[in-house]
Design a binder for this molecule. Structure first.
Ligand SMILES: [Zn+2]
Length: 315
């Protein structure tokens, strides 16, 4: 068993995406309550997710973009079409804490407080691009975390595994030309964002070969998912020898999810965790930071998160 560092802030449940929106505050409150009732909760250490500062957000995002977002949020509730979500006064500080959660975990893990970290981040991040919000996301939490680790800890081999059902277009864009970050995404083919995440999209220039996209068919089950993971992801990560693993941990490929159209179960998420543990122990001293992305059926989300974290904690 190993301890889990969990970065949390109440603002994660205060951002309001709008009435009947699938990306709702209950996602986080339900997950937190479920974690607190597990037998392994004594292995969880909850810390406050700090705010990312403007310089840290600017590691990925254009300052013109995030200043405009700040003003829009402060101006009060409104619907942003490109984000497919409402924003309000709590949204901007929540997004700063969601980005900061990855930085809190980075410092904790790099300073040896634990090997594994998780944050139930909300709003999620992997669709946000340098200059616009997208797909319920304001800041790209995982990309900011990776850039922060590169700058602060002189890490030059980071692997991001993105197992959300959607392709993480924002993360891919952030590191498209960058060989320091191996971005691996398994996602449902031809789901939002459309025409992204094709298998022959592998990066350009120095970054060529450091983006791995594995589109999967609708209805993909545990066996097909793990087979693809073992065949396409594992050998690439082993060859890359990352110094730390980051995970865009989305649970919307769960069989119960209303958006994903896939058939994964808790068993699949435990199997992913098992593989991450093995990969991290080979080259990354066991270091794994996971940030929540999607997952819109509360029961499916809880089953996914508990199976995944429970297996990570098992070590
Ligand atoms: Zn998703």
């Amino acid at each position: 068993m190993q301890s889990l560092l969990l970065a949390y802030h109440e603002l994660f449940i205060e951002h309001d995406a709008g009435p009947s929106h699938p990306e709702r505050p209950e996602r986080i409150s339900t997950v937190m309550n479920a974690i607190k009732s597990t037998p392994w909760y004594e292995n969880v250490r909850i810390v406050e997710a700090r705010e990312a500062n403007p310089e840290e957000v600017a590691l990925i995002h254009n300052p013109l973009y995030f200043n405009a977002m700040r003003r829009l949020c402060e101006a009060g509730g409104q619907y942003l079409p490109s984000m497919e979500s409402n924003i309000g006064p709590e949204s901007y500080p929540a997004a700063l804490r969601a980005a900061g959660a990855g930085l809190t975990l980075s410092d904790g893990i790099m300073n040896g407080k634990s090997n594994i970290g998780f944050a139930p981040t909300r709003p999620p991040g992997h669709h946000a691009t340098k200059e616009r919000p997208m797909g319920f996301c304001i800041f790209n939490n995982i990309a900011i975390t990776a850039k922060y680790l590169i700058n602060k800890y002189n890490i030059d081999r980071i692997c991001i595994i993105d197992f959300d059902v959607h392709h993480g277009n924002g993360t891919e864009e952030a590191f498209w030309y960058d060989p320091r970050v191996l971005y691996c995404s398994l996602h449902r083919d031809n789901l939002f964002p459309y025409n992204k995440g094709r298998q022959n999209d592998t990066g350009e220039k120095e970054g060529k070969g450091f983006t791995i996209n594995i589109p999967l068919h609708a209805g993909c089950d545990n066996e097909a998912f793990i087979k693809a993971f073992d065949r396409y992801i594992v050998p690439k990560v082993e060859e890359f020898e990352p110094q730390i693993l980051l995970a865009s941990a989305g649970f919307d490929a769960h069989i119960r999810d209303i958006i994903g159209g896939m058939r994964l179960t808790g068993e699949t998420y435990a199997a992913i965790a098992e593989r991450l543990l093995k990969l991290a122990s080979a080259s990354a001293e066991g270091r794994i930071i996971s940030l929540l992305e999607g997952g819109y059926d509360l029961e499916g989300l809880v089953e996914g998160v508990l199976s995944y974290l429970g297996r990570l904690i098992e070590g």
